[in-house]
Design a protein around this ligand. Structure first.
Ligand SMILES: Cc1ncc(COP(=O)(O)O)c(C=O)c1O
Length: 377
């Protein structure tokens, strides 16, 4: 079956009680039991909820995974995934992941005995030397936020597996429509559903998809144990979002390409980061590993002052954190999403004070360009 057919039908069976075509919001905390130990498969809503189960089936199918779990946020999904490693284990973390992921390792997990090292995973050779005898996991994001650096998922998976480590990929930027990490050998996919999967900037959520039964059992156990679940209302919203994922992603991709090309030609822009540009150093890998380039574009304005003028000068684009919604959002990674990354590390990565990131929405692209142009000028 094709992607859109799966997106619309997986998990979306008509409601058994009423025939409702749209999965209802089962806004309940518990379920009546017929007799002691006799129930309909639902006991307590932290453990099971039909709206959440429908979403879990849906996104697992889109990622071509056997198991899926919907979480209260992307960070809850990532934190739960990291409960697959134990005190004394070592994790290799891509050096340009979302700032909150770095903060989770750097400020929280270190106090629980999880060792980690950063590695530039854009070159598999760098990764090779980062392995230690106790390395149990490699965690990557591709393309990275906000510099749009790619990691070759197949090469990294082959190497990690030869060293007995699992690979986790944060697939938030591409969504399963443009990139399916499990098909490339990755063990576990994580998402912030807050972004493209929901797509309408009206829900915070996260997701874990995987094939290994034992790991899935543990993820489900931890999810229930710590209670990091997605609510019925949010599950409904994300389930509604994924039905249009394909058409939205095609529109983001179309607009993203036009905006990236416009910025690349603009006299006030020093550099553009977008894997769809032929000038991007990993353009060939992007074409091979992804089926589109998406709507995330970053660009260098040269200084904080210039960046401020653009960020405060836009009228259509909204200044704000987050990405992946239908509306264009513009942000300043150094002071917003990546403020928790130390300054010297930001500088080394290219997350300068002059860097601006735009999540290109699906408005008419001429309007987005006109807005950016007037702000740049
Ligand atoms: C790539 C990526 N992963 C994870 C997260 C965290 O997700 P959430 O904000 O839903 O907790 C974000 C948030 O911006 C993100 O951009």
């Amino acid at each position: 079956m094709g992607f859109s057919t799966i997106a619309i039908h997986a998990g979306n069976e008509p409601d058994p009680a009423t025939g409702a075509v749209s999965v209802p919001i089962y806004q309940t905390s518990t379920y009546a039991q017929d007799a002691l130990g006799k129930h309909k498969g639902y006991e307590y809503a932290r453990t099971q909820n039909p709206t959440r189960s429908a979403l879990e089936k849906n996104i697992a199918a889109l990622e071509n995974a056997k198991f899926g779990f919907a979480f209260a946020s992307g960070m809850a999904a990532i934190d739960t995934t990291l409960k697959l490693v134990k005190s004394g284990d070592h994790v290799i973390l891509g050096d340009n992941t979302y700032g909150g992921t770095f903060r989770l390792f750097n400020r929280i997990l270190v106090d629980y005995g999880i060792e980690f090292d950063l590695a530039d995973t854009s070159d598999v050779a760098n990764l090779e030397s980062a392995f230690k005898p106790n390395t149990k996991m490699v965690f990557v994001e591709t393309p990275t936020n906000p510099i749009m650096t790619l990691t070759d998922l197949k090469a990294v998976s082959d190497l990690a597996h030869s060293r007995g480590a699992k690979v986790v990929c944060d697939n938030t930027f591409m969504s399963p429509y443009f990139q399916r990490p499990i098909d490339l050998g990755v063990d576990i996919v994580v998402h912030s559903t807050t972004k493209y999967l929901n797509g309408h900037s009206d829900s915070v959520g996260g997701f874990v998809a995987l094939n290994d039964e034992k790991d899935a059992e543990w993820i489900g156990f931890v999810q229930n144990g710590i209670g990091a679940i997605l609510s019925p209302m949010d599950s409904f919203l994300v389930l509604r979002g994924t039905k249009t994922l394909a058409v939205r992603m095609d529109a983001h991709d179309r607009n993203g390409r036009v905006v990236a090309n416009f910025l690349a030609e603009h006299p006030r822009v020093e550099k553009v980061y977008y894997p769809g540009l032929t000038s991007h150093p990993q353009h060939e890998l992007a074409k091979r590993q992804q089926t589109g380039f998406g709507g995330m574009v970053s660009f260098e304005t040269g200084s904080l002052d210039n960046a401020r003028k653009v960020l405060e000068g836009v009228k259509l684009c909204t200044l704000g954190e987050s990405l992946g919604g239908v509306e264009s959002l513009i942000s300043h990674p150094a002071s917003m999403t990546h403020a928790s990354v130390p300054e010297e590390k930001r500088d080394a990565l290219g997350i300068t004070d002059g860097l601006v990131r735009i999540s290109v929405g699906i408005e008419d692209v001429e309007d987005i360009i006109a807005d950016l142009d007037q702000a740049l000028r």
